[in-house]
Write a new protein. Sequence first.
Length: 386
Amino acid sequence: MAIALIRAIIAAADKDRDEMTVLLIHGEPAAVIAPYGHEPRPGAAAEISFDQTAPPEARLVLSLPVLPVRRHGVIEGHDGDVLVCASVGPAGEVAAVWTTPDGKEAATSTTVSAARASFPEPTAAWPVAARITVHAPELAAVTRIAGLALAHLTVQPMPGGRFLVAGARCRWRPDGPDRNAVLYDADGHVVSEHVLGDGIAHVLATSTGQVWVGYFDEGIYGNYGWGRAESEEPVGTYEIVRFSPGLEAAWHYPKYTEVGPWDAVSDCYALNVDDTCTWACYYSDFPVVRIRDGAVTGWHNDIRDTSALAVAGSRVALFGGYGPDRDRLALAELSADRAEPAGEHRVVLPDGKPFPQVTRVIGRGSHLHFLTGTSWYQLDVDDIPA
């Protein structure tokens, strides 16, 4: 009933593009439905948010209490270095890949079709000189790579001072697929090359070198030559795969008919790995699932479009969403079979300003890590008010 009423109000607002509609709850302004392209009036309820580009139903944005993160560190390279990617390792350290401006262009290469569609390339336009740095939070190590050949990268620290660098895309070929994962030793020499498959969304390693990979839809259903009658089943068919320290597939997520009353994983939106278990939240049902010793336990969840999660005991922090929900943090309590909503906040920088659009958020254990530019922020589940 409430949703139908809100939709009716929004529809009425859309018919008059010269006026805004204010939704009152108990006589107080709770939200504003703004027509497309309408500029918010100055001083129109400071706690009301606007998203002029979102679809009509997404333009109803209720105010949320703000929750500032804390500054944890700065990720710095050498003079002239440009950050290519950064991720969080098993000890909560940040590993980052740096190169020159031209090198970054090569390591983010794309092909544009005649229809103007852009396709990320599996390999760099040319091998680039790069550095891998580790921050804990101060600079702890620097490893030079002479010729990094992958593109659209992620990086993870591995045992013994080694590093895993993986590319998000992997093309299947009749003579063998691209090897889109490279292990480097502490001196930057190639130890081995491997196939992790196409459509990689997340790569997170444990302290013992177990590597968990979550795939997005193209890696699950097939693209770049995978999944055809004449080719191979995608590596990411089972959506979440654990690889051994030698990067051999060691475990995969069960078929949805074997694991619970949820739809199949169509896109692994969020993945959190520590040395005790792995947590995930995926499209389309967005259950909260825990993987421990190969056994999967799940909880029904009504919070959609989560892009990162962190867990402490029975409390789960679900971060992210589309449009105006991109900085939403929803807290949930795990009951017998459901993640019960326990409050929502809007996450902001320590000074109260919103995060830049290009911010990567990664969950590790009970911590959410926010990486934006060279700044590193954290938020612990225990810091979130109920």
